[in-house]
Design a protein around this ligand. Sequence first.
Ligand code: FES
Length: 155
Amino acid sequence: MNGSSEQYGEFKPVIVGFLCNWCAYAGADLAGTSRIQYPPNIRIIRVMCSGRVDPVFILEAFNNGADGVLVAGCHLPSDCHYLTGNVQTEKRTLLLKKMLIQLGIEPQRLRLEWISASEGDKFASVVTDMVAELKQIGPSPLKANTQVSTGNNKG
Ligand code: FES
């Protein structure tokens, strides 16, 4: 499904973000403590390693109404605190994107990023960019029947 943000009125994409504890989550935390502005559209789930993110978690997020899913972890090749979790995640994500196409979900709705604990600005720019891209693509095709709680989302 393609379309502009105007086509969907006040479409506010919901992003589920699986962030590894040691790098990406710390980067998100830094963005917050540094007061770096980014859209409030992301719901963060802290995991110990990006390699802990089972593909089922991602499919469940889409099935529950997420418009996009961000998986973020420690930089390749050697920053993962569990040695090869990030390498496994990269391989898995490539396969999962192919599966998403088969399910009618645009593969760009799933994004993998490497964000270190010192990259609060990168975390903010990834979220900002992802929200803009999802506004262009439009709501998830799975969203008609299910909704992720949007809380007090104003973004
Ligand atoms: S500990 Fe961060 S990706 Fe593995």
